[in-house]
Design a protein around this ligand. Structure first.
Ligand SMILES: Nc1ncnc2c1ncn2[C@@H]1O[C@H](COP(=O)(O)OP(=O)(O)OP(=O)(O)O)[C@@H](O)[C@H]1O
Ligand SMILES: [Mg+2]
Length: 225
């Protein structure tokens, strides 16, 4: 069988943060292909560029130089609007800090990306509840984030990331704020997603969690080892 073509194609990617302080070369020539259905762990020391790499791959930010094609769409020189559009259609994010909106209940939080995608309200509600149910969270659908445990908040965040059926799920230390048992539960959710063919990129500091992935990519000083 021929190799499937890669879903994410990153070539000589460089990212310079110019900002107000000293300029930082966060990525200095990263080339990376990710196949559809791959589960890839990204590891490396603090400050090595892992979150920057994830932001680029997730269309949260553009490159200073190099090229990036996501699912056939060249976003290397995309405008802010186009980047947001590609991100909404193709990417789901999970963060260490969950990043749920505090005034919205679980169902409404999960619906947020669908609001941006222009999905009609009744459809949104149905998909949100199905996503929550799939993660064992149906019984907490009306709870606000501060009425949920950390593990439950992360399940809501995963439901939110998945309910738009993205091409790729990006997770930046998704278990970093969870105790080891709850972290293990989140990893079994990822195992299940991988088995369903979801493409996953996960930043982690934990070698044991990285072993759930098909492959480990190591970043050091803005380059891959
Ligand atoms: N918005 C920004 N402006 C300026 N510099 C930044 C910005 N974001 C990150 N950096 C710098 O870029 C480098 C890479 O940061 P990044 O967040 O990608 O590291 P990381 O590998 O995710 O680290 P950690 O494991 O601590 O999360 C660091 O030196 C950081 O200080
Ligand atoms: Mg980081």
């Amino acid at each position: 069988m021929p190799e499937p073509s890669p879903l994410l194609v990153l070539r000589d990617a460089a990212k310079l943060y110019a900002g107000v302080g000293v300029p930082v070369h966060a990525l200095r020539g990263v080339t990376l292909d990710i196949l559809p259905g791959e589960f890839v762990a990204i590891m490396g020391p603090s400050g090595s560029g892992k979150s920057t790499l994830l932001s680029v791959l997730g269309c949260l930010t553009t490159l200073s130089s190099g090229s990036y094609v996501l699912d056939g769409e060249d976003v290397s020189t995309a405008s802010r609007n186009r980047l947001a559009d590609v991100r909404n259609r193709k990417v789901g994010f999970v963060f260490q800090q969950f990043n749920l909106l505090p005034r919205l209940d679980a169902t409404a939080n999960v619906e947020v990306p669908l609001v941006y995608a222009g999905v009609p309200p009744a459809d949104r509600r149905r998909r949100s509840l199905a996503a929550l149910e799939g993660l064992g969270m149906a019984h907490r659908a009306r709870h606000l984030p501060n009425e949920l445990s950390g593990g439950e908040q992360q399940r809501v965040a995963i439901a939110r990331a998945l309910c738009g059926e993205p091409r790729v799920l990006l997770a930046d230390e998704p278990t970093g704020n969870l105790d080891s048992q709850v972290g293990a539960d989140v990893m079994s959710i990822f195992d299940g997603l991988r088995a369903r063919g979801v493409t996953i990129l996960m930043v982690t500091h934990d070698e044991e969690k990285a072993r759930h992935a098909d492959r480990i990519v190591r970043v050091r000083d803005g380059v891959l080892e």
